[in-house]
Design a protein around this ligand. Structure first.
Ligand SMILES: *Cc1c(COP(=O)(O)O)cnc(C)c1O
Length: 390
């Protein structure tokens, strides 16, 4: 066998793939590991979505390639959604591009915009795919720290020489893993910054409908001038509990959409027609009551976790959004990775260690709210027993 390409050495295995392997081994040894690590929604999508998938799949004409840019009906539904939900007008043909999940678009955007030596500004504490895409493209990551209490990037702190090489900046609010949110004034400053420095703003926004306590999330595209410099990634995974369906879209600047399509159309051939049709049903027929009822389930789990934190050595802000509680490890003898390792081995409860999300996450662990409340309570009880006698 030939040796693999050098680029693999700059591309570590996806962190969760390694953790899953560990958990499988422990389960194989007869342990019952409870996973608080991965953010895969455990509840189903609305019934109408599944019915729409079936109905569309019954159409004999729906089994060929559905087009590199998806169906025009799907693009129109996304454009309608942005108008109704955010008051943002986009052209469905030039400013909307369906994706095989937003993760695909996140990585391909780096391939479209970064040459060797180009810089991407990546939040240190953030979703791992931003930096992985940059490494795959051969670009350089410049970490922009996100820190307590607001977890917003300090744009003025980016050095001038870095700015000159920067092509791309990633932001994600509501934020995974911290649960932090951003308002329109933040997006406006960001859009102005990107216009001034000729940087493409990439806003990853999968949690816009996973919010609590009356909070309503916005879109980066609501800022004035955003369509000149910004592209936003929307996803069906968290909004409609459709993570396994791999459906999302890029929305925004027409050049960014065109360049992303140029990469994408050479890599994949779009989705199954029935998945687009089911997506249209999700976006057009899901009412706010369904979203609210689903979020009430997550919120109850969130509060269960928050109440237990003092007894398991963690401290957290109350997240207004996202599927996670971001816990700071209070014991100075442990960092997040050690805490996660100890709890996995001794309590058989797995956390995502905060360092997965960048160097600034070292002292934290991420707790996912994607499991049934009785199982969550069982995990917390085990952790309390373990932590008290550690
Ligand atoms: C879950 C998640 C995604 C991935 O979404 P897909 O559409 O399922 O690929 C993207 N970004 C963040 C921050 C996420 O947490």
């Amino acid at each position: 066998m030939p040796k693999p390409a050098n680029r693999l050495s700059s591309l570590p295995p996806y962190p969760f793939a390694l953790l899953n392997q560990r958990i499988r081994e422990l389960n194989a040894q007869g342990h019952d590991v409870i996973s608080l690590d991965i953010g895969s929604p455990d509840l189903p999508p609305p019934d109408a979505v599944i019915e729409a998938l079936y109905q569309s799949a019954c159409n004999p004409d729906h089994h060929g390639y559905a087009g590199y840019r998806g169906t025009s009906e799907f693009r129109a539904a996304i454009a309608d959604y942005y108008r109704k939900r955010f008051g943002v007008e986009v052209d469905p043909n030039s400013q909307v591009l369906p994706l095989l999940g937003s993760k695909e678009g996140i990585v391909n955007l780096s391939l479209a915009y970064l040459d060797r030596g180009d810089v991407a500004l990546v939040p240190d504490i953030g979703y791992p795919s931003y930096s992985m895409g940059v490494y795959l493209a051969g670009g350089d990551v410049h970490w922009v720290p996100l820190r307590e209490p607001d977890y917003l990037p300090d744009l003025a702190g980016v050095p001038t020489d870095v700015l000159q090489r920067a092509r791309l900046i990633w932001v994600n609010y509501p934020n995974n893993p911290t649960g932090a949110t951003a308002d329109l004034s933040f997006y406006q400053r960001l859009v102005d910054f990107c216009r001034e420095h000729d940087i493409l703003l990439a806003s990853d926004n999968p949690y816009e409908e996973v919010t609590y306590d009356g909070y309503r999330a916005g879109s980066a595209l609501q800022a004035k001038g955003a369509l000149d410099v910004a592209v936003e990634f929307m996803s069906f995974s968290k909004t409609y509990n459709m993570a396994g369906w791999r459906l999302g879209a890029a929305v925004g600047n027409a050049d960014a959409i065109k360049n992303l399509l140029q990469v994408k159309s050479n890599v994949d051939s779009g989705h199954f027609h029935a998945v687009y049709d089911a997506g249209i049903t999700a976006i057009e027929t899901t009412d706010h009551a369904w979203i609210e009822a689903r979020n009430a389930v997550y919120r109850s789990r969130r509060d269960t976790v928050l109440a237990a934190l003092p007894e398991i050595g963690l401290k957290a802000q109350t997240p207004k959004a996202s599927l996670y509680v971001w816990g700071r490890v209070e014991d100075d003898d442990w960092d997040g990775a050690q805490y996660a390792e100890q709890s996995l081995v001794n309590a058989h409860v797995s956390f995502a260690p905060g360092m997965i999300y960048g160097p600034g996450g070292g002292q934290y662990v991420r707790i996912s709210l994607c499991l049934k409340e009785d199982r969550l309570k069982q995990a917390l009880e085990r952790l309390k027993v373990w932590y008290a006698k550690r």
